[in-house]
Design a protein around this ligand. Structure first.
Ligand code: AOF
Ligand code: ZN
Length: 365
């Protein structure tokens, strides 16, 4: 096997931690000696051993003089676990091949430095682009403490998310809807507007085995949520935060919601609408590193305007709904000129069942 193949193996190991490591990164490691993989591991779950230490734990022989391929710079700080650099030095690894840099201020180049000072040869930026693709959430969150927001929607080829009567079940096919279930596991939070809750009475949970549920965040400025909605009825099982912006005559309703297990957050802007930027700071402080924004069009528009959206994932179904009144992914009044468009950079396009998924990122401001 080549260096590239060993690193690709480390990347595929890292991916096994998807959804479980947040707000930590996904990391994979492979230990190779004399052309043989003698150990491998990945960061399985937040708070548990790092990839490198899991790789060492899998060894059945000494790793003296071996090469370690690791998708991210080994840490050198005492966090929930002791530094990986220490384990690498103790096991007398001869060479470390690293993909991504670790932007965590506690590491950020110091991991590499410690390894070099211990006489270990270090190769940096190896398959860096592929390794970086594992952790856009971590890279954003560790630097800003603000969640990475992914706006996701499903629309027809003529750009409708519902028919003129408001029906949206279903726009996309079975496979695309299953993919959304996996996406809900991947991100720590899921956010929708009250319009979607009143119209669809959704659960916003994950119905796939061995996956975890995201924290539900409902933007409900006038506190219209119904106490017999699916979301409120299941609030004891899945953390639910209802965000509101009006403060009149709501005390009793707030108390009832609290007794049903719902958390509430008063987060108004000067126009008595929800201040999404402030909300992101609050959620970031709660340890939520990523949010899947599932609409509807009004909240999507506010989120884009507030500048909180970092990535867009659009599912496009080969169908036409037509009608000037069919809902679109982003409502509001829109821009006047094409030159005023929010510009995105293309990341990926793939087919999922009969539908197409396009992923784009917003340019950093
Ligand atoms: C690694 N290998 O597999 C991961 C790393 O609180 P802790 O101890 O889990 O440390 C978390 C930090 O460690 C995280 O912010 C990031 O800088 C790094 N993650 N480092 O060497 C790993 N997951
Ligand atoms: Zn570590």
């Amino acid at each position: 096997m080549t260096d590239k193949e060993y690193m690709l193996r480390a990347i595929s190991l890292a991916k096994k931690g998807e959804g479980w490591t947040n707000p930590n990164p996904m990391v994979g490691a492979v230990i190779v000696r004399d052309g043989r993989i003698i150990g491998e591991g990945y960061h399985k779950k937040y708070g548990e051993l790092h990839a490198e230490r899991n790789a060492f734990a899998s060894l059945k022989e000494s790793a003296k003089g071996a090469t370690m391929y690791v998708t991210m710079e080994p840490c050198c700080h005492y966090g929930k676990t002791p530094p990986c650099t220490q384990a690498i030095i103790e096991h007398k690894i001869g060479k470390v091949v690293i993909g991504s840099k670790d932007p965590n201020p506690k590491v950020s180049g110091k991991g590499v430095q410690i390894l070099k000072e211990a006489g270990i040869s270090v190769v940096e930026d190896f398959l860096r682009e592929e390794c970086d693709k594992l952790n856009p959430i971590f890279f954003h969150y560790i630097k800003t403490k603000i969640p990475y927001v992914v706006m996701k929607y499903a629309m027809t080829l003529d750009g409708k998310i519902a028919t003129k009567t408001g029906e949206s079940k279903w726009v996309t096919g079975k496979e695309a809807r299953e993919e959304v279930q996996h996406m809900r596991h991947r991100y720590m939070g899921i956010m929708v507007g009250i319009g979607t809750v009143l119209a669809d009475d959704p659960m916003l949970n994950v119905r796939v085995k061995d996956k975890k549920n995201p924290v539900r965040i409902i933007c409900d400025s006038k506190l219209r949520i119904k106490e017999d909605s699916q979301i409120v009825k299941t609030a004891f099982n899945q953390r639910t935060i209802v965000v509101y912006a009006y403060s009149q005559n709501i005390q009793e309703k707030l108390e009832r919601l609290h007794s049903l297990g719902v958390e509430t957050l008063y987060c108004p802007d000067e126009r008595n609408q929800i201040d999404l930027k402030k909300l992101m700071i609050y959620l970031g402080n709660e340890g939520i590193d990523s949010i899947l924004l599932e609409g509807g069009g009004t909240l999507n528009e506010s989120a884009v305007r507030a500048g909180i959206v970092k990535e867009v994932q659009a599912f496009i179904a080969p169908k036409l709904f037509g009608g000037a009144n069919g809902k679109t992914p982003i409502e509001g009044i829109g821009v006047n000129l094409p030159s005023e468009a929010v510009r995105l950079k293309y990341v990926d396009i793939c087919q999922i069942g009969e539908d197409i998924k396009i992923t784009c990122k917003l340019y950093e401001k």
